[in-house]
Each structure stands twice: as C-alpha cells, then as structure tokens.
Design a protein around this ligand. Structure first.
Ligand code: IMP
Length: 196
C-alpha cells in the first residue's frame, strides 16, 4: 500500500488531516512511527517557510512523501499576532487562550476580527514541493465556549456561524476550516502524485 507521512506532532491537526484522507487507499504514518527524526526547529519567517521546512526534512529522513501543516491565528487588533507564534503563545492551549482574551480585554466585537491561516505542503522524494493555503475568517469571542477541537477553537467563531469551532464539532469544522480548505486544494495533487 502507498505511504504518506504526516509531518506534525500536533494531535489535533493529525486527527483532522486523517479524517479528510481516510477515504483514500493510503497508509498514513506519523512522526511517532519515526522516533529517529529529530525535533524540527520552526525558524522560518512565514507559514510557507515552516510548512515546506517540516515536510522536506521528514521526506528526506523517510524517503517518502511527507505532508506538513503550518498554521496559526492572526488577530487584527494584535497586528496579526499570535500568527507564526500561535503554538508558542503560552505554555498550553488554556494559557494561550487566556492570553488572547486578556490582550483583547475591553475591545468591542467589531474590533475582534481574526483569521486562521493554514499552509499545507507535500514534499516528495526528489524534493518536489506542492503547497496550498487555506484561510478561514471570523472573530474572537469574549470567553471560551465549547469542548471539541484544540488550540484556539473555543474562542474563534467563523464568519457566517454563531458557534465557535469548539462548539460546532469536527464535522462542520472539517468542511469550513483553514485546514479543510488547504486540504481540499492539495488533495487533488496527492491523488495525482499517487495515481489514486
Ligand atoms: P504550528 O503550525 O505547529 O506552528 O502551530 C499552529 C498553532 O496554531 C497550533 O498549535 C494552535 O495553537 C493554532 N492552530 C492552528 N490551527 C488551529 C485550529 O484549527 N484550531 C485551533 N488552533 C489552531
């Protein structure tokens, strides 16, 4: 069977990516299957840099096609932060959510515009790179709501909805999120590469 390695250690991301790819005849491996791969320092200046970096290192180590996601939350009032630093904005998800809410204290609903961005890259042996971006616009809530998902899901309401990602659950999120959009664009390239 054909193999694709997910170049992410983030469980929440991996669950969403696997869900989208489950209908294809592929064995989806993860970094846990390759403990010899060292921790990758995400020192790029853009989501694109980091996603290509992760996918190319993992593809080189495994000699297999690797798929990486680099993503983050851009908040207008914070001039695009946490952005590239989304995973390092606090010690855990709870702490990161609390920090965003604190920095937006006293800020009106109209000023709470934000977007999730995801750049998905597949690097295949020989170092050919395929890359696609997905954006999901919305706003930051005043308090955390909902129990599904991961990361900033409890404080993000996508445009056109009145529930957070964490309230709506994976079925809807996996149709409309930044990651879903990027995956919907890159899946045809995965299908073409593996000739599925
Ligand atoms: P990185 O791409 O591993 O650098 O980290 C992305 C970070 O952005 C995650 O650790 C989350 O904090 C946040 N993030 C990305 N996508 C989502 C999402 O779908 N929901 C909630 N938080 C997300």
């Amino acid at each position: 069977m054909l193999r694709l390695v997910l170049a992410t250690g983030n469980r929440g991301k991996a669950i969403e990516i696997r869900e989208k790819l489950k209908k294809y005849p592929l064995i989806i491996e993860s970094l846990q299957d390759y403990p010899q791969i060292p921790e990758i320092e995400e020192n790029g200046k853009t989501f694109l840099d980091n996603s290509v970096l992760k996918a190319s290192i993992v593809s080189r180590y495994t000699n297999l096609p690797a798929l990486a996601d680099d993503s983050g939350l851009e908040i207008d009032y914070l001039k695009g932060l946490p952005g590239l630093y989304s995973s390092r904005w606090g010690k855990d998800d709870r702490d990161r959510v609390a920090r965003v809410l604190k920095e937006l204290e006293g800020i009106t609903e109209e000023q709470r515009k934000a977007r999730f961005v995801c750049v998905m890259s597949m690097v295949v042996p020989g170092n050919k790179v395929y890359t696609e971006q997905g954006v999901c616009s919305g706003k930051i809530t005043f308090s955390p709501q909902g129990k599904y998902g991961f990361g900033y899901d409890p404080i993000f309401i996508p445009d056109g909805y009145d529930q957070t990602f964490a309230q709506m659950g994976k079925k809807i999120k996996n149709k409309i999120s930044h990651r879903a959009i990027a995956l919907d664009k890159i899946i045809p390239r995965i299908i073409a590469y593996f000739q599925l």
